[in-house]
Every structure is written in structure tokens, then in C-alpha cells.
Design a protein around this ligand. Structure first.
Ligand SMILES: NC(=O)c1ccc[n+]([C@@H]2O[C@H](COP(=O)([O-])OP(=O)(O)OC[C@H]3O[C@@H](n4cnc5c(N)ncnc54)[C@H](OP(=O)(O)O)[C@@H]3O)[C@@H](O)[C@H]2O)c1
Length: 264
């Protein structure tokens, strides 16, 4: 049967959560879903720099169980359900210097933010999705899940690898119950946090910012398309993945990296 899609309003009536929706890729995704008609909820530890009256903001630290629980409770008590969950919060704050520079706390913090926050949110929102036989969950991972930058971000890379693996297993369990689970693994995105990471590497390795940037580019083997992604490049694809146009997609990982990963 042929389906007709209304791209501008295709998410009308949907309730969508984008964690880390105040900056970078998360902000672009939140704006994209809102443009498609969704009611959008965003979370972060700090309030957004520019107030957006049309998006519901929840302040929470998602590296803590109390933070994820707050988000689940607030959304379910206010809206009664969630249709689209984009687990976008993540990142690496660990220092350069190889394995010996990484403490137990570095490993635990990366794991809490990049793996356990999405797991806890899924646990909170899945029961009502399964009851309604409807829902989409997107986990934002990273190409580092396959291509680790071992000098500075190994805890992050291994947590993202765990997220990709978890995502596949979860999708097998919940696809027959009407919930789609997908992973998006970006390469380098031009955001304030990727810039901050270069500054950290430059400082701890006694390099200039240009040298640090080049060393990360070299570690990745270059970006064939010739530039990092803009947050909107990621958001546009997300707009498709959560829409009814993608209703046969589940259990897959989508790499958006301008060709960075050297194998297909
Ligand atoms: N940038 C890249 O090159 C790149 C590459 C591959 C994958 N990714 C992935 O893409 C996603 C987005 O990255 P990005 O670079 O767009 O991020 P970003 O610009 O640093 O924004 C991160 C967002 O998450 C929030 N956040 C961070 N830690 C949090 C915590 N513990 N609890 C609650 N909120 C938290 C931030 O707000 P507050 O600081 O106010 O909490 C902000 O809204 C991440 O999962 C990242 O791993 C990024």
C-alpha cells in the first residue's frame, strides 16, 4: 500500500525527549523534531543560553540515577507517555596521557554518562511504550565505539561500544512489542564540546590547538568528505529515523562520519 508522508507535520501529536538538548547535536535534533510538529522536552544540567518557550526544559544530571528518575517522573506525570526518546547526552572529559593517566573515577563517570544514563531512561520509559505497542528509542553513540582514540578517550570509546551492543540486544527484545531501537554513531561534529576536547588534549600534551586537532585527525585517519559534521547534519537524519517513514528500521546502527571509518 502506498503511504503519503507530510514532512512538515509528520511528528504532530508526538511527545519527544532529547537529552542534552541545549547545545550541539542535541539542540539541533530538538529543533528539528519541533519543526516536524513534535512536543519537545529537553534536558541538561544547566539552563539553555537562549530560552525557548516552546520546548519544556528539565534540569537534571543524567550521570546520576536520581537525575534520570527525575526526568522519567516529570515527563510521565505531565504527559502520561513518551513516544520518542533520543538519548543524546554523552561525551568525554578524561585527560590525555594513556591508560596510566586514567583513574577509577574517570572510568566510572564515562560509563555512567555514556552507557548507564541511556539504559536507565529506557528502563523508565519502555513499560508505557510496550503497553501502547508504540515508541522509538535512539541512542547516540560514536564512531569511537569501533575506532577508539586510545590516548585520551578510551573510557568514552568503550562505553559507546557497550551502548551499541546493548542497543542491538534491546532492539531484538522489544521490536516484537512495537518499539523500534536504533543507534546513530556520529564521527567528528563541530560543537563546543569537541572544541573543548581539542583544547584539553593540546594542554595536557603540550601541543598547539592546531597540532592537537591534527593529531586527532591523524588518529581517525582523516575525514574523506573534508570537514567535521555540523549538528544539523545529524539532526536531519534523526528527523527521518524517528518518523513513520522509517517504520521498518530497528536494530541497526547508522554511522554519520563523512567517510571516516575506513571500512564499509
Ligand atoms: N561532538 C562530537 O564530535 C561527537 C562525535 C561523536 C559522537 N558524539 C556524541 O554526540 C552526543 C552529543 O555530543 P555534542 O558534542 O553535541 O555534545 P555537547 O555540545 O557537549 O552538548 C552536550 C549536552 O548534554 C548535556 N550534558 C552533558 N553532560 C550531562 C550530564 N551529566 N547530565 C545531563 N546533561 C548533560 C549538556 O548540557 P549541560 O552541560 O548543561 O549539562 C549539553 O546539553 C554525545 O553523546 C556525544 O558523545 C559527539
Amino acid at each position: 500500500m502506498e503511504q503519503e508522508f507530510n514532512f512538515n507535520n509528520e511528528l504532530s501529536g508526538k511527545i519527544a525527549l532529547v537529552t542534552g538538548g541545549t547545545k550541539g547535536a542535541g539542540k539541533a535534533i530538538a529543533d528539528r523534531l519541533e519543526k516536524a510538529g513534535a512536543t519537545v522536552i529537553i534536558t541538561a544540567r544547566n539552563h539553555p543560553e537562549q530560552k525557548n518557550e516552546t520546548q519544556h526544559f528539565i534540569s537534571a544530571d543524567l550521570s546520576q540515577t536520581s537525575g534520570t528518575q527525575k526526568v522519567v517522573d516529570e515527563i510521565l506525570s505531565r504527559y502520561g507517555r513518551l513516544d520518542i526518546l533520543v538519548s543524546n547526552v554523552g561525551g568525554s572529559e578524561t585527560k590525555a596521557g594513556g591508560y596510566a593517566a586514567l583513574s577509577e573515577a574517570d572510568w566510572m563517570h564515562s560509563r555512567q554518562t555514556n552507557l548507564l544514563a541511556p539504559v536507565r531512561l529506557d528502563r523508565g520509559f519502555l513499560p508505557q511504550m510496550i503497553r501502547r505497542h508504540s515508541g522509538v528509542i535512539i541512542h547516540i553513540a560514536s564512531i569511537q565505539g569501533r575506532l577508539p582514540l586510545y590516548d585520551s578517550t578510551l573510557p568514552y570509546a568503550s562505553a559507546k561500544a557497550g551502548l551499541i551492543n546493548y542497543s542491538k540486544g534491546l532492539s531484538n527484545e522489544v521490536a516484537p512489542k512495537g518499539v523500534r531501537v536504533l543507534t546513530v554513531s556520529p564521527g567528528w561534529i563541530n560543537t563546543t564540546s569537541s572544541k573543548a576536547m581539542m583544547e584539553r588534549i593540546a594542554e595536557s600534551s603540550k601541543m598547539t590547538l592546531e597540532e592537537a586537532t591534527q593529531s586527532v585527525m591523524d588518529g581517525l585517519g582523516g575525514i574523506p568528505i573534508g570537514r567535521p559534521a555540523q549538528p544539523e547534519d545529524i539532526a536531519e537524519f534523526l528527523g527521518f529515523l524517528v518518523s513513520p517513514r522509517a517504520n521498518y528500521l530497528t536494530g541497526t546502527e547508522y554511522v554519520i562520519d563523512g567517510g571516516t571509518i575506513p571500512t564499509s
